[in-house]
Design a binder for this molecule. Structure first.
Ligand code: FE2
Length: 117
């Protein structure tokens, strides 16, 4: 159980950091509020870890909180930014593709002819 809680904390922190980076990059206007929700959740999970380390059986409570929180958070908070992030990623992909084409073209135009013996 200690390993599961440790993994949960690690995964939560890295997942939230990734999500927050995406939201910031996409210019999501409610990013600060979403971050605050993540912080509150992280604090709650840390509290469960401390209670577990103090010898309390938190399994059922933690399982119930996790399933409710994750379901609601993904269905509401995460869904709210998904469109803006998707549009941002599509735009980035188009620009990146263009950059690739531009780079290939420039390389073709300026490539030296092979030296023949
Ligand atoms: Fe989130």
């Amino acid at each position: 159980m200690a390993d599961v809680i440790d993994e949960l904390v690690d995964y939560t922190l890295s997942h939230f950091a990734f999500e927050e980076e995406l939201m910031e990059e996409a210019g999501y206007p409610f990013c600060a509020a979403h971050k605050r929700v993540h912080e509150v959740f992280t604090k709650r999970v840390s509290e469960y870890r401390m209670r577990f380390q103090a010898g309390e059986d938190v399994v059922d409570e933690l399982k119930s909180m996790l399933s409710r929180w994750l379901f609601n958070h993904i269905r509401n908070d995460d869904k709210a930014y998904s469109m803006q992030v998707r549009q941002h990623l599509d735009r980035f992909a188009r620009e990146h593709q263009q950059g690739g084409w531009l780079t290939r073209t420039v390389m073709r135009l300026f490539r030296q002819a092979p030296v023949r013996p």
